[in-house]
Design a protein around this ligand. Structure first.
Ligand SMILES: *Cc1c(COP(=O)(O)O)cnc(C)c1O
Length: 365
């Protein structure tokens, strides 16, 4: 195999294990899983793993990632998570069986596209429960839109309602928020005289409701990526016990290009770093440090990559270099050695979308 760094290694078995763990817990509580691939920039092998696990849908925010998955042989069905751009409705209907929506103009355009393609496209109407990203805010508008889809837009099928929390407004999916979504659904059901099939209760951040066994019974779908591909996040952010999950499905690897003992405090007049930021440097005396051929263009946030080995600390980074303290490392790190880092959602999306970071799928455990 060609050695090429930096690279992100996806361990397929660990991914499949993690999908199975989350799926089992959701299924037990009557909740279907949408496997979300956008957190790893839609790596097709990830879509395949979700498909093989029998996920209800494969979800992503970008049609390009659906196209890549289809080219790889994944059949789906696919869910488009981001409200469709009016300019992409044809593609959305062609590639996705279902989409999340919040604008009547988009719904009309989807209906027209579905008519032309001789299809019936499913839609979920999104309700904004306070996170202030997508979704109907006014409940009368929501009800009106539901009635229009149900009665006028013959090439759409109103599959249900959904919400998204913990993305912009940092709002936690409490039991109360979940019940609000149920109430919205019931109001629509009374109006249209039938049951809605899908109540989509959010993303990874809604999983604490599953872990606590207090998800309202009518919520029957979650759209989950992060908790599966970066399992440490739910532990770090919400204190969830994620010890049953692999924390290293994705590992970022980089090559050491310099090892030297240098002062830990910069020498001279301290001004700004490469990104125009004022930094604070702790003076710990002279210490051994390694320079990596890896930088912020590859993962964005130096405080969001986590050394896989003990005694190593990320000190900082510029565009194309990362500086790590290796004074207390357990091995003798030399030029040409490879250092490994686990990731969180933010660093994972950047690393997997960086053009200079190779993606390698590891098929052995
Ligand atoms: C990204 C996204 C998800 C999945 O989020 P994760 O944090 O990866 O679980 C679900 N729903 C919508 C609307 C999204 O945009």
């Amino acid at each position: 195999m060609n050695r090429y760094y930096p690279r992100v290694v996806l361990n397929e078995k660990k991914l499949r294990d993690n999908i199975a763990q989350i799926q089992m817990r959701c299924t037990e509580q009557g909740v279907n899983l949408v496997g979300v691939i956008k957190g790893c920039t839609g790596i097709p092998a990830c879509a395949k793993a979700f498909e093989d696990a029998g996920c209800q849908y494969i979800g992503t925010s970008r049609t390009e990632q659906i196209r890549d998955a289809i080219r790889y042989g994944v059949k789906g069905p696919f869910m488009l998570l981001r409200i469709p751009m009016p300019s992409e409705v044809d593609e959305v209907v062609r590639l996705a069986e279902i989409s999340l929506n919040s604008e009547i103009a988009v719904l009309r355009a989807l209906n027209e596209a579905a008519k032309q393609q001789g299809k019936r496209h499913k839609v979920i109407l999104m309700v904004d429960l306070g996170d202030l990203r997508e979704g109907f805010w006014d409940r009368e508008d929501l009800l009106a839109a539901a009635c229009i889809v149900e009665r006028e837009l013959q090439h759409l099928y109103l599959a249900g309602v959904g919400t998204n929390l913990g993305c912009y407004g940092s709002i936690f999916p409490t039991v109360e928020k979940m019940n609000e979504l149920v109430h919205c659904a019931e109001r629509i059901e009374r109006e249209i005289g039938r049951t809605l099939e899908i109540l989509s209760g959010g993303a990874s951040t809604s999983l604490p409701r599953i872990f606590n066994h207090d998800m309202p019974a009518r919520i029957n779908q979650l759209r989950v990526g992060e908790a599966i591909i970066n399992a440490k996040d739910l532990h770090d952010l919400f204190g969830c016990d994620m010890s049953f999950m692999h924390q290293d499905v994705f590992v970022l690897e980089a090559e050491v290009i310099e090892v030297k003992i240098k002062p830990s405090h910069p020498v001279g007049e301290v001004t700004f770093d490469a990104f125009g930021m004022k930094q604070v440097y702790e003076d710990r005396g002279a210490r051994r440090r390694a320079l990596l051929a890896l930088g912020r263009v590859d993962y964005a946030f130096p405080d969001m990559i986590y050394p896989a080995e003990e005694g190593v600390q990320v000190l900082g980074a510029s565009s194309d270099h990362t500086i790590v303290d290796i004074e207390d490392a357990r091995r003798d790190i030399k030029v040409g050695d490879v250092m490994r880092f686990t990731l969180c959602y933010a660093s994972n999306v950047f690393a997997t979308s960086a053009p200079n970071v190779k993606i390698v799928i590891e098929r052995e455990p």
